[in-house]
Every structure is written in C-alpha cells, then in structure tokens.
Design a protein around this ligand. Structure first.
Ligand code: ADP
Ligand code: MG
Length: 221
C-alpha cells in the first residue's frame, strides 16, 4: 500500500543518512587517533588517554558497523571454500583467544566445501560470532563444526561462556542491544543482515552458565 511505500522510503533515507554520517565521521576520527598517538604519556594523564582511546575506538567501530549495515545487497558472490574462510578467521582471532586462555577447535567433514557467497561478508559474520564467544568466556574451548547436506552448509559455533538468559534471547540482534561496557550492540545485527542477504538462517541456543551455540545455515548456491 501507499502508506507502507512511504514508510520504507523514509527508512531508506534514514539509512542513507546514517551511512553518510558514519562515513563522514571517519576522517575526524583518524585525525583524533593520530594526535592521541603523539601525546606524551605520563603518570598523570595515562588514565585519561586510555579512556580517550577506548572511546574513539568505540566510535570507529560503530561507524564501521553502520557502513556494513547500509551497504546494499551482495556485490561479490563467488564460489568459496568455506573451510579456508574459517581457517583464515581463526588464525586472525588466535591472539585474542590465547590472551584469555581459550582454545579454538575446528572439525570439518571434508577439507573442501564450496559455497557461493561474499567471502568478506561471511568472514565478518564469523569474526563477530567468534569474538562474542571469546568475550563471553574466561577460559575453555570454542568449537567450530562444519556439516554439509545436499543443498546447505551448516556452521556450528559453540562456546563454553556465561550463556544468555532465556528472556534475553529475543533481544539479540536488536540495534544497540548490548550487555557489555564497551559493546556497540551492532555485531549480531550485522550478522543477521549478511546471512539474510545470503538467504540463509542463523539460530541461537544457549544455557546460562554452560554456553552458547550459534548455527548458521547457508544455501550452497
Ligand atoms: P556487542 O558484542 O557489541 O555487545 P553484539 O550484537 O555482538 O553486540 O551482541 C549483543 C549481545 O548479545 C552481547 O552484548 C551479549 O549480551 C549477547 N551475546 C552475543 N553472543 C553471545 C555469546 N556467545 N555468549 C553470551 N552472550 C552473547
Ligand atoms: Mg559483538
């Protein structure tokens, strides 16, 4: 109907504005970060400089996530070996995991599972989910499993973290929903959008005090 049309148009203008602002914010942030590095750090100001750096990083992350969200559909779909994508991401996140005494274990049914996808975007999804897993844990294992059916690839990411209370599950993926002091609450929203753009699904199961599993199902073509 006309009313709906107008509303979705308004939404896209709001989306465009948000993306524009996110983009414009990047240059001044780069300048601020640059000058922060030049400041002489001493006993008196180290605390404030750390706070400034933390806050600037947060602004930067919010604007990066906004930019991902505002990008239209998939531009770069290619046949990709999903095993390689996962391996690349785990190597990247290894330092953060090791820092917290966390091991990342991967099991694949085969070394070559091809999915037609935008590799940068799927990497982003994996990074966001594994980072959340690391942030939810103090030590233990993150397990990544890969399964193949005739038309789909299923990725399971399981952590042994603090879990998510039942009543909070429906909040996941809502813009700005976060329980972290330094969170943006945009990471899962980004994941949901990217998986939706791939016509896949993403499901979360969690038990408080035991851990959480995110299950991504992607059509192979
Ligand atoms: P952020 O990480 O910036 O808080 P996200 O959208 O990535 O934003 O996640 C939103 C919230 O969902 C987190 O703040 C956390 O409360 C919850 N969450 C996400 N993943 C997990 C997980 N693996 N274990 C426990 N809680 C999680
Ligand atoms: Mg996150």
């Amino acid at each position: 109907t006309q009313d709906q049309l107008i509303r979705s148009e308004k939404l896209s203008i709001a989306g465009q504005l948000a993306a524009g602002i996110a983009h414009e914010i990047r240059n001044p942030i780069t300048t601020i970060k640059g000058f922060l590095q030049l400041l002489e750090v001493n006993e008196k100001n180290v605390k404030y400089i750390n706070i400034l750096e933390g806050e600037v990083n947060k602004i930067e992350q919010i604007s990066n996530e906004f930019l991902i969200l505002s990008k239209p559909h998939l531009e770069n779909r290619k046949d990709q070996n999903i095993v390689e994508l996962i391996e690349g991401v785990t190597v990247l996140l290894q330092p953060q995991a090791v820092n917290k005494n966390i091991g990342i274990q991967t099991t694949y049914e085969s070394q070559n599972i091809i999915v037609n996808c935008d590799d940068m975007k799927i990497k982003q999804v994996l990074i966001n989910l594994i980072k959340n897993a690391i942030e939810a844990m103090e030590n233990g294992y993150i397990t990544i499993k890969l399964k193949e059916t005739s038309h789909h690839v299923i990725i399971y990411i399981t952590d042994e973290g603090h879990g998510i209370p039942k009543e909070r599950l429906t909040e996941l993926g809502k813009p700005f929903f976060t329980t972290k002091e330094k969170g943006t609450g945009l990471g899962l929203l980004v994941c949901y959008k990217i998986i939706e753009d791939h016509h896949g699904t993403i499901v979360v199961e969690s038990e408080e005090g035991k851990g959480t599993t995110f299950t991504i199902s992607l059509p192979k073509t």
